[in-house]
Ligand binder design. Structure first.
Ligand code: PLP
Length: 443
């Protein structure tokens, strides 16, 4: 486990209302949180309980405001409470919350995704990214009649039992090798190989290729910090899986509709069409909506047409799909241009400040997603990502928090911006950076 830094922090967190809420929360919820990384264990201190969000800004229970560089871990690509999405949600919710029947919004959202991402001929809506990857893997196993899954070290695909092996995100933050409660037999169905290592993928297929149902990969890794595939890597995955009759599953839960209108796939090009893709985060607009989809002949195996069972009481929820559709419709070229400008302004200012303070670092990109590794680069693998100065990041994080900038509370996460990050928000971030870099430098 990562050392709990709470006791060693140089400054007492000036957040009494959040601290009181955390005490209440801890009495009724393990760790006081409903998703581990929110607990600040990697950086120490009191997690802030937020009470409202508007545009680029969050306000906590003590009335402090922050420029939000987490954006709910990606979904809030337009900023908080965007008026167009708010109006779509209001209009929809007036007519009921959930029907347990088909409804038109689900069709419209599916049409929007199919139109944006041509490898997706059909898709099925679910409520979380975890459900999407879990279902995609069941489908790949049903289609191939094989059981093994290949994943990459440091890639996170949600908390699916068989994928919680060498996973990133909260698992990286807590430095858990994998999770208790996952049967060894289940973990044994997953073969973990180093990322960006074509020879390792070839070796695993040479040994067990006829038993491998699929390779699942983050289209560009974002859950160990941002580590994009090296040129030719995705093409190699496509070639090797095809040679061995295995499916290629591209997990775009984080990158989908964020890196471009067609996600990471849209940046990488047409010669790497995966068989199945998974989506979440942006496509729900801040509500629980996610999806998996791909080749029509593979999707045809899903119930009720085929033998692979998959279902969900709230799948395709009318309110969530309305929010997702309104969000995607507002994700036009101007929005992606703005995300590029905002992210480059922040990343360049961060890099300059860290350089000036003499802090070794490396900025890496996937579209407008970026992260700052507290080590020199390049970072190609999970081992590379883990070999960074997480204590320096913790000091940097707290100085930024004190200055009113909410960074992801872990060195292993992407920073996210939105179309609502305006000049005032940028000014807050840029002016906070020199002192934070100086704090990072003081060991
Ligand atoms: C966030 C994420 C998931 C899991 O999505 P949840 O909605 O949290 O279940 C899966 N894959 C990737 C790449 C993600 O970033």
């Amino acid at each position: 486990m990562t050392r709990d830094l709470t006791a060693t922090l140089p400054h007492a967190p000036d957040a009494p209302a959040s601290a009181a809420l955390l005490d209440r929360a801890r009495a009724v919820t393990p760790g006081g949180v409903n998703s581990p990384v929110r607990a600040f264990r990697a950086v120490g201190g009191t997690p802030r309980f937020m009470t409202s969000g508007s545009g680029a800004w969050l306000t906590d229970a003590d009335g402090h405001d922050y420029v939000d560089l987490v954006c709910s871990w990606g979904p809030m690509i337009l900023g908080h409470a965007h008026p167009v999405v708010l109006e779509a949600v209001r209009r929809t919710i007036e007519n009921g919350f959930s029907f347990g029947t088909p409804s038109e919004n689900e069709v419209a959202l599916a049409e929007e995704i199919v139109a944006r991402v041509p490898p997706v001929e059909q898709l099925r809506l679910v409520s979380s990214g975890t459900e999407a990857t879990m279902s995609a893997i069941r489908l790949a196993r049903g289609y191939t009649g094989r059981s093994l899954v290949v994943k990459f070290a440091g890639h996170y695909h949600g908390h699916v039992d068989s994928l919680l092996v060498s996973a990133g995100s909260g698992v990286a933050t807590l430095a858990l090798p994998d999770s208790a409660g996952v049967p060894a037999e289940m973990a044994a169905e997953t073969l973990v190989v180093p990322y960006n290592d074509v020879a390792a993928v070839e070796a695993v297929f040479a040994a067990r290729g006829d038993q491998i149902a699929c390779v699942i990969t983050e289209a560009a890794a974002g859950n160990m910090g941002v580590v994009p595939p090296e040129p030719g890597f995705t093409q190699a995955l496509r070639r090797i899986t095809e040679q061995h009759g295995a499916l290629l599953v591209s997990d775009e839960v984080m990158t989908g509709f964020r890196c471009s209108a067609a996600g990471w796939w849209g940046l990488e090009g047409v010669d790497v069409a995966p068989d199945l893709m998974t989506f979440g985060k942006v496509m729900g607009g801040g509500f629980p909506a996610a999806a998996f989809g791909g080749r029509r002949d593979v999707m045809a195996l899903l119930a009720p047409d085929g033998p692979v069972y998959q279902a969900g009481t709230l799948s395709g929820n009318p309110v969530a799909t309305a929010a997702g559709l309104a969000t995607l419709q507002a994700c036009d070229e101007a929005l992606y241009d703005r995300l590029g400008t905002v992210s480059h302004t922040i990343a360049e200012a961060a890099s300059q400040a860290l350089t000036a303070a003499g802090v070794p670092h490396r900025v890496q990109w996937a579209g407008s997603m970026f992260s700052v590794f507290f080590r020199e680069g390049p970072v190609r693998t999970y081992d590379d990502a883990r070999a960074q100065d997480t204590a320096a990041f913790g000091r940097f994080f707290h100085a930024m928090l004190d200055a009113g900038v909410y960074l992801p509370p872990s060195a292993f996460e992407s920073w996210f911006v939105s179309g609502a990050h305006d000049e005032r928000a940028l000014e807050r971030v840029v002016s906070a950076l020199p002192a934070a870099a100086a704090a990072a430098a003081t060991a």
